[in-house]
Design a protein around this ligand. Structure first.
Ligand SMILES: NC(=O)c1ccc[n+]([C@@H]2O[C@H](COP(=O)([O-])OP(=O)(O)OC[C@H]3O[C@@H](n4cnc5c(N)ncnc54)[C@H](O)[C@@H]3O)[C@@H](O)[C@H]2O)c1
Length: 319
């Protein structure tokens, strides 16, 4: 008979900066974890965040939030890595590659030492290059190494389309694929509202409008982080929720289709690169990468995005 005592859900977060702390907060208010361990080279920062989070415990479901070190990764269902430098105004994500690759070369072997079974979920930028580096450094099956990829960008895409069309973003299905960054690709050909392709939706929509401003919407998606960073220094609320949604699909074995970054093994003829494609995500991490029918120009842009990522990976010594 199956035990009625639920298994404890343990999440380790490496990097208790803006993104790591906001993600921990999202986990906490959504009641997704029983234990959250914060690990940071700046221990005082991690301690401060853990204290601040614990002070909210009377308002949420019980969760043990504490500071730890690498041995505390043992037994974690998911180790989320948000450690490293973030973009400053005007800096692209790819500009961070060298610095953050060095940090990952220190972090990943430490995690491996204490946790060989869990899922590694990379959030630090450039997320695709660092997911690829992590997959190469890690001894675990590649389906257990995931990057947050374009889950955030796709959320921005869905929100902006929903805002334009006056509907709930949850009724908009649309993906950004490829790099989480400047070469990302909007999949307009498959975007739909309430199961209806955009062109058909426009016919039934009663609102006054000059059509969907595709270039403008995509530019806002692609440049969103630059715009936010210029105004407030970092992006962390939406990514915190995005990562908590990935975690939910893993812990509950939901098989949600999410555009996470993972090692591409032949899809669209691509390999030796991590990038985002719509992916079924469950308890074992990547369950299946979906090779959806893309338009020819989207496919070409995806190949271009893959080539850029491979070039950056090579430049930081990951083949
Ligand atoms: N993938 C996405 O969609 C997405 C979205 C937003 C931000 N990010 C990325 O997340 C990363 C973190 O951003 P942030 O705003 O939280 O930055 P931050 O500067 O606020 O926090 C980074 C934290 O990492 C810690 N750190 C640095 N080196 C470390 C090491 N070797 N071991 C352990 N901890 C270490 C720092 O002490 C700091 O607390 C950046 O690379 C940023 O670009 C990704």
């Amino acid at each position: 008979m199956e035990s009625i005592v639920a298994r404890s859900r343990r999440i380790a977060i490496i990097g208790a900066g803006a993104v790591g702390a906001t993600f921990a907060y999202a986990l906490m208010i959504r009641g997704q974890a029983d234990e959250i361990v914060l690990i940071d080279v700046n221990r005082a920062k991690a301690e401060g965040e853990a204290m601040d989070l614990r002070h909210g415990l009377p308002f949420v479901r019980p969760v043990d939030v504490h500071v730890g070190d690498y041995p505390d990764c043992a037994g974690a269902d998911i180790v989320v890595i948000t450690a490293g430098a973030a973009s400053k105004p005007g800096e692209s994500r790819l500009d961070l590659a060298g610095r953050n690759a060095e940090i990952f070369r220190q972090i990943v072997p430490q995690v491996e030492r204490y946790n060989a079974e869990g899922i590694l979920l990379v959030v630090t930028n450039p997320v695709d290059v660092l997911t690829y580096l992590t997959a190469r450094l890690s001894g675990r099956p590649v389906n257990k190494v995931i990057g947050s990829g374009t889950v955030l960008d796709s959320a921005r895409f869905r929100y902006l389309l929903a805002d334009h069309c006056g509907v709930d973003p949850r009724n908009v299905h649309a993906h950004i694929i490829g790099e989480h960054g400047d070469s990302e690709v909007p999949v307009w050909s498959l975007a739909n509202i309430a199961g209806t392709r955009l062109t058909d939706y426009c016919v039934v929509c009663q609102r006054e409008c000059d059509g969907i401003p595709k270039d403008e919407i995509f530019a806002q998606v692609r440049d969103a982080a630059y715009e936010v960073i210029q105004r407030k220094g970092s992006t962390h609320h939406a990514i915190g929720l995005a990562v908590s949604s990935i975690v939910e699909s893993i812990l509950r074995d939901q098989h949600s289709v999410l555009p996470v970054s993972s090692l591409i093994q032949g899809e669209y003829g691509l390999e030796n690169v991590c990038l985002s494609l719509p992916t079924v995500v469950g308890r074992e991490g990547v369950v299946q990468v979906l090779e959806l029918p893309l338009a020819e120009d989207e496919l070409e842009s995806l190949r271009h995005s893959a080539a850029i990522l491979q070039e950056v990976a090579r430049s930081v010594g990951v083949e």
